[in-house]
Design a binder for this molecule. Structure first.
Ligand code: GLC
Ligand code: CA
Length: 517
């Protein structure tokens, strides 16, 4: 079945408020040259799949030149493509072919650090008086700051020049010094390079990390073993973001910045929208950490509503990405819960981000010790997408760089396309309902009284309205709603189109439209 995407037409709001974004993790998406690693041409070949799913935009994880110490988040040339993924021509073609299908395209911008193989760092470490010495952060003495990805101290000793350099991630990812105006210039040049090639904006990697405490004070949380990147919140990062925003705003079209503010606190996240002069949108990860528990979800969602709305900050919703265990896995492997969670993701107020493979209901792949690639232990969620039912599931040639997640045949795109009740069709139905309802895309959000294990809310825009009820309990519960409603979508089939009688089955999600509409 093919669902044609109609362009999003709501003149009242920016495209990115109306949009659902699909995250492509290129190395695991689709391979075209048989080396077992997904590539840019593989994305081009499957753009219709993304469009037919009902997404409006894609975010592509890094494909730039890189020694791949952190799967491409260690960049040695921001303005070229790693041969593993293709060429600059392939990138241009991807941008063009996405646009031909009314898909916007965001690239990943990694401002906090480069690769240690980047020519800038090679120069910086060449001698203390090299003109690029100050492009990175060098100190005579380390402090207690800790790196992420299990890398220990955030300082690595350089024997040749007898100083330490700072890296909030791996030693192969030295941090840039954004207080140096030449760095600002150079990195703005990177943004311009891609804006001129037509990207619709950027996902900004660890957007809260570019500013560092200028006093390099020890921090008790680091002493307790926590990496600085999980709470670094220096005011200078806001200055950096304002500069980036000015560059992006100087281009025609509605280019957008979505930042990864990886501080697990919505109150901190809101600060990164600035006064409408920093990020257009920020990720907010407390809901991604939430277990399948109505109390935790209710708390997270209320917090987003009460903190973001007054700050005029447009929310985002993310349940899975390339850094965390997939949500089906986190919810105990339950397909039923994953279906209900998809309803939450796609009906809350804000822009949803779908991580490739969640529309197939994939779980994390179990990774044997000898197959581990990522020093941060994140391989499980990065398993390749199974396209075809029969092995090797569309990955002809060398075996893919990681093993498949469980049930690749049954969960393959091919199998699910043929099954009207599959997870893939469920995501399509939800995205179609969302596209058709301005209330779901842009409307107000209001929580409705409900039993404790049910989350119920109403979305409203003008005369368009919808109600969503999610029953987290493993037994049926009833709810009394104001007015009369009919069932538009349900996680378990059976009652579609019927008037709603107040019963929500175990772990069921219901999307309700006004009766008679
Ligand atoms: C972000 C990326 C992650 C990467 C890190 C360092 O958190 O999502 O994959 O390892 O930044 O760039
Ligand atoms: Ca390939």
């Amino acid at each position: 079945m093919t669902v044609l995407a109609s362009p999003v037409t709501s003149p009242s709001a920016a495209w990115w408020k109306n949009a659902a974004v699909y995250q492509v993790y290129p190395r695991s998406f689709a391979d075209t040259n048989g080396d077992g690693v997904g590539d840019l041409r593989g994305i081009c070949n499957h753009l219709d799949y993304i469009r037919d799913l009902g997404a409006d935009a894609i975010w592509v994880s890094p494909v730039f030149s890189s020694p791949m110490a952190d799967a491409g988040y260690d960049i040695s040339d921001y303005c070229d493509i790693a041969p593993l993924f293709g060429t600059l021509d392939d990138a241009d073609r991807l941008i063009r072919e996405a646009h031909e299908r009314d898909l916007r395209i965001l690239f990943d911008f990694v401002p906090n650090h480069t690769s240690d193989q980047h020519p800038w760092f090679v120069e910086s470490r060449a001698s203390r008086d090299n003109p690029r010495r100050d492009w990175y952060i060098w100190r005579d003495e380390p402090n207690d700051w800790r790196a992420a990805l299990g890398a220990g101290s955030a300082w690595t000793w350089d024997e040749a020049t007898r100083q330490y350099y700072l890296h909030l991630f791996l030693p192969q990812q030295p941090d840039l010094n954004w207080r140096n105006p030449e760095v600002v210039q150079a990195m703005h040049g990177v943004l311009r390079f891609w804006l001129e090639r037509g990207v619709d904006g950027f996902r900004i990697d660890v957007a809260h990390c570019t500013g560092k405490d200028p006093n390099f004070a020890d921090h008790p949380r680091c002493l307790a073993g926590e990496p600085l990147a999980s709470f670094n919140d220096d005011p200078y990062s806001h200055e950096v973001l304002r500069g980036i925003r000015r560059v992006v705003d100087s281009y025609p079209g509605e280019r957008v910045l979505v930042g990864e503010v990886n501080i697990r606190s919505t109150a901190s996240v809101v600060q990164y929208y600035g006064a409408g002069d920093e990020l257009h949108m920020s990720f907010n990860f407390p809901p991604l950490d939430a277990p399948w528990d109505p109390v935790v979800f209710r708390t997270c969602i209320r917090e987003v509503d009460s903190l973001m709305q007054p700050a005029n900050a447009w929310p985002t919703w993310v349940l899975s990405n390339h850094d965390n265990a997939r949500h089906r896995t986190r919810y105990g492997g339950s397909m039923r819960r994953a279906r209900a969670a998809a309803m939450l993701l796609l009906t809350l107020r804000g822009t949803p981000f779908i991580f490739q493979g969640e529309e197939l209901g994939l779980e994390d792949a179990p990774i044997a010790p000898d197959r581990q690639v990522d020093p941060g232990g994140r391989d499980g969620c990065r398993a390749p997408l199974p396209w075809l039912r029969d092995a090797p599931h569309g990955w002809n040639g060398a075996p893919p760089w990681l093993p498949f997640a469980p049930d690749p045949a049954a969960l393959s795109v091919q199998a699910q396309q043929a099954d009207p009740e599959s997870m893939l069709q469920w995501y399509r139905q939800l995205l179609r309902a969302r596209r058709a309802s301005e209330a779901l895309r842009l409307g107000s959000w209001e929580e409705l009284p409900s039993p404790a294990e049910v989350l119920a809310y109403r979305r409203r825009e003008g005369r368009d309205e919808r109600v969503v009820c999610i029953n987290f309990a493993d037994r049926p519960l009833t709810i009394e709603l104001p007015g009369a409603w009919r069932i538009e979508l349900a996680t378990q089939p059976g009652r579609l189109g019927q008037d709603f009688d107040g019963v929500i089955h175990e772990e069921q999600g219901l999307l309700l439209a006004p009766a008679g509409s």
